[in-house]
Design a binder for this molecule. Structure first.
Ligand code: UFG
Length: 326
């Protein structure tokens, strides 16, 4: 298939682009490089530097390339930032998504995959969290993704645009030693822990140990970025049978302390950690129930083991200590 990937130079987008190319699909990437990296884009993908705010650019890309499907990653993605700067999220994320949807409808695109989030579940009634859990967005970020899910619902109902909304839990790991996570600023646990191991930071601050969990620190479901990529490809191929919404995780939770301990074992570095206060907006436990995508599409994560996840991230970070800058 010919697929237009927005945000295809970012961490998850670039991994999916690489897997699509390997699977034989033709890929066109649009990315404004505000967070992504040109060097992360697979050399066999067509790259266009541009912004989704530019509706005429989107029109010309769709007219020229006539994509059969769109995967939409381009987004502001930080929960904390979204509380400080809500209009980047409730404004830009939603407006840009709407531009893309209008372009998709105008140009007859029939398939759409949305990169969504577990930040829709701020107050889950059941853990592990299934896709039919009640929606309580935890931040303007989560709300912006939920608004896009709702827009997709109506595009399907009114225009027959088939979509999958994929709600990631904690994306992590590296697709290869040369394709990994490079955010500036970095806020995610595993890369921060590995930056300590690389000597780039003195210590990690653990955001609170008074949660209602086994060791008091927050529990998250860490899902390898290659497993996320496979879920996108499976969902894309299944869209003609109907739209769908899936939660993506391993169904296993690890505490912040467990992640730090595993990183110590993988890197051989003592990784000093100091206890800090809670980070606003962090729920105690987020674990996914991904039974639906496993049963319906046969999705089976290949890297559920925390050691494998951290080893793959460590290979990338230790070989590219300054990310794609080199
Ligand atoms: N943490 C620390 N210290 C740090 C950084 C993180 O203790 O320096 C803790 C956090 O408090 C949290 C855990 O490590 O308990 C994971 O934090 P991340 O920032 O790595 O990830 P989040 O769970 O906050 O957020 C991620 C994505 C979001 C997405 C969310 C969905 O970054 O985009 O998962 O669950 F919305």
């Amino acid at each position: 298939m010919k697929i237009l990937v927005t945000g295809g130079a970012g961490y998850i987008g670039s991994t999916v682009v690489s897997e699509l190319v390997k699977a034989g699909d033709d890929v066109v990437v649009i990315d404004n490089l505000s967070q992504g990296h040109r060097a992360a884009v697979h050399r066999d993908a067509i790259f266009i530097e541009g912004d989704l705010a530019d509706r005429s650019l989107l029109d010309s890309i769709m007219a020229e390339h006539q994509p059969e499907g769109i995967m939409h990653f381009a987004s502001n993605t930080l929960v904390g930032e979204s509380v400080e700067k809500p209009f980047l999220y409730l404004g830009d994320n939603v407006r840009n998504g709407l531009n893309l949807l209008e372009g998709a409808i105008d140009h007859g695109v029939r398939r759409f995959i949305l990169s969504s989030t577990a930040n829709l579940f701020d107050d889950p009634e059941r853990i592990p969290i299934a896709a039919d859990e009640r929606i309580v967005p935890g931040s303007p970020y989560g709300e912006s993704k939920y608004l896009l899910e709702r827009l997709l619902f109506w595009m399907d109902a009114l225009y027959g645009l088939r979509y999958a909304a994929l709600r990631y839990f904690n994306a992590c790991g590296a697709a290869s030693p040369d394709l990994g996570e490079d955010h500036d600023p970095e806020t995610h646990l595993i890369p921060l822990v590995l930056q300590v191991a690389l000597g780039q930071r003195n210590s990690l601050t653990i955001f609170g140990d008074n949660y209602d969990t086994s060791d008091g620190t927050c529990i998250r479901d860490y899902i390898h970025v290659l497993d996320l990529a496979q879920a996108h490809i499976l969902a894309l191929r299944a869209l003609d049978e109907g739209s769908r919404v899936y939660n993506l995780g391993n169904g296993n939770g690890f505490s912040v302390k467990e992640v730090v301990e595993m990183a110590r074992r993988v890197t051989g570095h003592p990784i000093p950690a100091v206890m800090g206060s809670r980070r606003p907006g962090d729920p105690a436990t987020l674990i996914a129930d991904s039974v639906a995508i496993r049963q319906e599409l046969g999705w089976l994560p290949q890297f559920p083991d925390l050691r494998d996840i951290i080893e793959s991230a460590w290979l990338w970070h230790s070989q590219h200590p300054h990310g794609y800058e080199e």
